[in-house]
Design a protein around this ligand. Structure first.
Ligand code: ATP
Length: 358
């Protein structure tokens, strides 16, 4: 059993008035892949380092496998860690790097050889075992760091932006491999990233952080589909969710957007006559050449290969919609948009928090 239970973790660094983590609680199940996602400075690394024992909290607790480890040194916590910076030893061979933790733990030679070869095979490093890190590419060095972490049979695997030094293509490839490896191992994993695509594709659940707090926790599809607030909607998705000022009509069944009227989602019922913010994802907007609810002026067309990303103006506001690759229009054309009510999300005009369907 190696769940991780974090309760009310508070951490403030000396000389910094803001809390790096501000009363964070999170339960990570045994075998779960949890992603901590958020912009730079939101406290992801601090939270990970407190789980690791590399940073002590000012308050709160960390338990691993039912054991309170809040003030235990890192090496007694039964975890392995992979850093963004690889942190491989330059003067040791790949073989010695991968086996380093096992050697330190005084495992017998045959076991070290077996495990190193197993991990090298899994991470396609078999051919490089006798090389030094300087003779490897960045991607291969990061593989060494992952291999070194997984040979330890740790209860919990911690990863801090392990893919961020890799180029885009390599990153995608390694992401898939990493997911398969962790899936097969079934090790509880906590993974820090600021890359929303990585978070959505890797996590069993995603904890979205902002200013030291978890603002939304859920499975990736649910978080993507129903962001808890404007911040989450604007952080997840590429391009992110669009937000438009709208007004609910008095009986709560229709929305006024710019000078037009569209059917409202059920969440509007509780907001009759009030201003709201309409959130809608680019791929959920219907774009039609000559018929639809809301006329819009085309500003920019960006073919992506599989689709066309269209930036349009609606009244004073700009939004992005995804149309099929075959869609034809030119800048300056008027197109018509539709917003299927089941895909619309409504947010409070002042707090920017999601309005639930009542
Ligand atoms: P990034 O993605 O840029 O690594 P992050 O979300 O991991 O960011 P943290 O590194 O946890 O964020 O930092 C949280 C806050 O704590 C930031 O405001 C940061 O400036 C501050 N901080 C982090 N480490 C220290 C430190 N050693 N001393 C002082 N302040 C720190």
């Amino acid at each position: 059993m190696s769940d991780v239970v974090i309760q009310n973790l508070v951490k403030t660094y000396p000389g910094n008035t803001d809390r790096a983590t501000d009363d964070v609680s999170l339960e990570i199940a045994d075998g779960e892949f949890m992603v901590l996602l958020g912009p730079s400075g939101c406290g992801k690394t601090t939270l990970l380092r407190m789980i690791a024992g590399l940073e002590l909290p000012d308050g709160g607790s960390v338990a691993i496998g039912g054991r309170d480890v809040t003030y235990q040194p890192a090496h007694q916590r039964g975890l392995s860690m992979v850093f963004q910076s690889y942190a491989v030893f330059p003067h040791r061979t790949v073989r010695d790097n991968i086996g380093f933790g096992l050697t330190m733990a005084r495992k017998d030679r045959a076991e070290i050889t077996r495990k190193v070869e197993w991990a090298a095979d899994l991470l396609q490093l078999g051919r490089y075992l006798d090389r030094k890190p300087a003779q490897l590419s960045g991607g291969q060095r990061q593989r060494v760091a992952v291999a070194r972490a997984i040979v330890m049979d740790a209860d919990v695997l911690l990863m801090d932006e392990p893919l961020s030094n890799l180029d885009a293509l390599l990153r995608l490839e390694f992401r898939t491999e990493l997911k398969k490896i962790v899936q097969d191992l079934g090790t509880t994993t906590v993974y820090v990233t600021h890359d929303q695509g990585e978070a959505l594709s890797l996590g069993d659940r995603v904890a979205v952080m902002r200013a030291g707090r978890i603002v939304q926790l859920g499975d990736p599809i649910a978080v993507y589909d129903s962001p808890a607030d404007r911040f989450v909607g604007g952080f997840l998705g590429s391009p992110p969710m669009n937000f438009l000022a709208a007004k609910v009509d008095p009986d709560g069944t229709r929305l006024h957007v710019a000078d037009d009227v569209v059917p409202a989602p059920p969440a509007a019922r509780s907001r009759g006559g009030r201003d709201v913010l309409l959130g809608v994802r680019p791929e959920n907007i219907g774009v039609h050449p000559d018929d639809g609810d809301v006329p819009a002026r085309v500003e920019v067309l960006e073919p992506t290969g599989s689709a066309v990303l269209i930036t349009v103006d609606v009244g004073d506001e700009s939004l992005k919609a995804t149309a099929p690759a075959t869609f034809r229009a030119r800048p300056g054309d008027v197109v018509y948009l539709s917003f299927p009510p089941e895909t619309m999300r409504l947010y409070d005009a002042e707090t920017h928090d999601a309005i639930a369907a009542s």
